[in-house]
Design a protein around this ligand. Structure first.
Ligand code: HEM
Length: 242
C-alpha cells in the first residue's frame, strides 16, 4: 500500500470517529477486550434466543405469535441482525488473530527458555478455538436450515403462511441429521461458554478476588442452562408436536 493511500485510509477512519477503535485493536489487550465484549453481547443474544425458542414447548399459537411480532418490526430486525453479524464476525476474526498470537508467543518462549518441562501448546485457548469452530459450523447449518429455509430434504412452508414459523422449525428439528447436529451443537456451545463467560469478564479487566469466583459459578450455570435448553428443544420438541 502506498503512503498516500494509507494516509487517506487513516483520514477516513478519523473522520468516522473510529480512530480509538482501531488503536484499541492494535494491541493484544485491546483485542482481548473487544473479544470479551463481543462474547458477552453474544451471550445476551443466546439468552433471548433460547427464551423465544422455548415457546416451542408452549405450543404453535405462542411460538407463531412471537415469531410474527418479531417479523412485524422488520426495520428493527434488520438492525439487530446486522449488529449480530458484526458481533459474530468480529468475535471470529479476533479468535483467529489472538489464537495465532498466543501460539507464536508460546513457541518463542519455548525456544528462548529451552525448557525441559514439557510445554503445553494445547491450552484453554486451543479448546476455546476448537469448540468455537464447531459452534460456527453449527450456526452455518442452522442459518441454512431455519433462516434461509434452504435444506433440500425438508419441505418448508412459505413465509406467508401464518403457521410457517412453528411448522418449519419443527420440520427442521425432526430431520434426523439436524437433530444430532443441534444436540451436539448445544453441548459444544455449553463447553465453549463454561470457560468463555468468565474469561470475557477477565478480558474486560473485571478481575476481583471477591467477585471472580462468583462470576465463574454464574458462567458455569449459564453454560448449563444454554446447553440443556437448546439440547432439550432438539430432543423433545419434535416428539411433542407430531
Ligand atoms: C434447538 C435450538 C434452536 C432453535 C429451534 C432455533 C431456531 C431459530 C429460528 C426459528 C431462527 C429464524 C428466526 C427468523 O426467521 O427470524 C433462528 C435464527 C438464528 N439462530 Fe437459532 N435456534 C436454535 C439454536 C441456536 C443456537 C445454539 C445459536 C447460536 C449458537 C443460534 C443462532 C441463530 C442465529 C445467529 C440466527 C439468525 C438471527 C435471527 O434471525 O434471529 N440458534 N433460530
Amino acid at each position: 500500500m502506498t503512503d498516500s493511500s494509507v494516509q487517506s485510509q487513516t483520514g477516513l477512519i478519523d473522520w468516522l470517529g473510529l480512530g480509538w477503535f482501531f488503536r484499541l485493536l492494535s494491541s493484544s489487550i485491546g483485542q482481548k477486550f473487544v473479544m470479551g465484549l463481543t462474547g458477552l453481547l453474544l451471550c445476551g443474544f443466546l439468552a433471548a434466543h433460547l427464551a423465544g425458542n422455548l415457546l416451542l414447548f408452549v405450543g404453535p399459537k405462542a411460538f407463531n405469535e412471537y415469531a410474527h411480532k418479531l417479523h412485524e418490526q422488520w426495520e428493527l430486525l434488520i438492525v439487530a441482525e446486522t449488529g449480530l453479524l458484526i458481533l459474530f464476525l468480529a468475535h471470529i476474526y479476533l479468535a483467529i488473530t489472538t489464537t495465532i498470537g498466543n501460539y507464536k508467543a508460546r513457541r518463542e518462549s519455548y525456544v528462548l527458555k529451552q525448557s525441559k518441562v514439557p510445554h503445553r501448546i494445547i491450552g484453554a485457548n486451543s479448546w476455546m478455538f476448537a469448540s468455537g469452530a464447531v459452534v460456527l459450523g453449527f450456526v452455518i447449518l442452522h442459518l441454512i436450515d431455519l433462516r434461509l429455509g434452504m435444506r433440500g430434504s425438508i419441505s418448508y412452508l412459505p413465509e406467508s403462511d401464518p403457521e410457517a414459523p412453528f411448522k418449519n422449525t419443527i420440520a427442521a428439528l425432526s430431520d434426523p441429521v439436524s437433530r444430532v447436529v443441534y444436540f451436539v451443537g448445544a453441548i459444544v456451545l455449553g463447553v465453549h461458554l463454561s470457560h468463555g463467560f468468565a474469561s470475557a469478564f477477565q478480558s474486560l479487566g473485571l478481575n476481583h478476588p471477591k467477585y471472580t469466583p462468583l462470576i465463574k459459578i454464574i458462567g458455569k450455570v449459564f453454560a448449563v442452562v444454554i446447553a440443556v435448553g437448546f439440547a432439550s428443544l432438539a430432543v423433545f420438541a419434535p416428539g411433542m408436536w407430531k
